[in-house]
Design a protein around this ligand. Sequence first.
Ligand SMILES: [Zn+2]
Length: 508
Amino acid sequence: MRPALAEDEPEQAFERAPDPAARPGPDADLYVAGVELQRKRKWLAARRKFWQLLDRYPDSPYAPEAEDRSGPNAFLGIHPLGPIGPRERRIDVALMADGYRIREQRDSDEASQEHLQVLLREPLYRVYRPYFNFWRFNLASEDKGVDEPLPPEPDDELRARQQKRRRPKRGPKQYSTALDCREAGPQGQVWANPRRVWHYLQYLDEHDSLVIAFAQMGKLGMGGMGIATTGPRGVVVHEFGHAFIGLLDEYVVNSGKPPGIVNGLNATSDRKRVPWQHFLDAEVRGVGVFEGGASFQKGVWRPARGCAMNNGGGAYCPVCREAGVLSIYERVSPIDEVWPKQPVVEIAAGTRELPEFRVLPMAPVGHELKVRWILGHAPEVTSPAEKSGRAGRAAGASRRPGLPTPIGFRLGTVRRAMGTAGLPLPKGIRVSTRTKRVRDVGKVHIARMPMGLPRGRHLLTAIVWDPTPTRGGEKPWVLKDERGLLEARHEWLLVVQPARGKPAEPGK
Ligand SMILES: [Zn+2]
């Protein structure tokens, strides 16, 4: 049998198999057959194909992946959980199972589904479900179990001596599993080995380094580094709160005060200085200043009595939910798509074929994003291309790499820019706007160029903004958006040429 990765062995760089179409051969055929059998969930037959490949062509470029797909701990495949959107404009989350043997994949599938259902019970994830892609990873584990904690880390000298003696026979129970889950926390909280998690994540060509890892035999859970590890399903909202939003614990198990400064921010009871002061000013129900948080009973204050970050189960408090919405918009632009794609549209003066401009906003469940159009004279100094190249990188492009076109500047500066760009157009000239529901696409917002647009350069801007849910007359989920994450703008430069100049390009 092929050995599993030993724990202390540095992981070897893993190369995905080449494209079988680009590098055909008998080894490629075996690889394709194995992958196809895995797709049909014929795990054991697939494994035999990969073993044949490894026996006959050990030096094949398909060998490393064949080994990874057929070892005692093995990658068996990826399957979308529910609808999947364009990966570059969605938050891709992988659900990975640990401690399920190759014959237990049905149980693993069910557990993935149940973890996702629990996550989507939290209103934040339910409302913004269309912003996410969820992927189920089928992983086979050799054993069913979670490593017991090893004795405290020895110093280097001691470690060197121990390595000579090799590991003692008796000791904490260790298991060979896909994600190498172990009891890492003081209460035996389960934690997946990030190296193993990231290793399997390579099978998803585009991802956001976000993983929900669940161990069949795990207790409680831990979250961080983009990885939420859970045992029982109930804690997934809590652990994903750590992993995805970077929230702190609100629960209190340690009596007394924390030894140092926790976060520096919520270590105060001063209502004027707590980070959620804007919730107090807005008098949001259920939000106050409660002593205890970050696991300590004293010296730290939290915003709500109950919260998923406190109880482990249940829903987030309003303060954590606001942070969650902002976390989502750090990764996804409110603008999903625009047409035409080119930033400059030339129009011949007097033309009757006036181009249309379309914007597809993201579509959360239960409320709609707002779209506003502005048409004005373009400032002469910069073209949108130059501007988006420079300012876009600073403002939005690197943070939200999926943006259709890098966004120049945000609403705060839009209003200022209006002063120069928004000069009044001649009377009666206005963009006409409408919306249209397009099948399999969504509600598209359309602006049509007005007739009689004077010669020169004009800037058409679409501003898309998420007001965030307001349930039953309650305050919106997001009360403070200092970085302007909830809105995005897209602009086109319209160049109206003299009639016999270059003909217009009717962009659709
Ligand atoms: Zn909270």
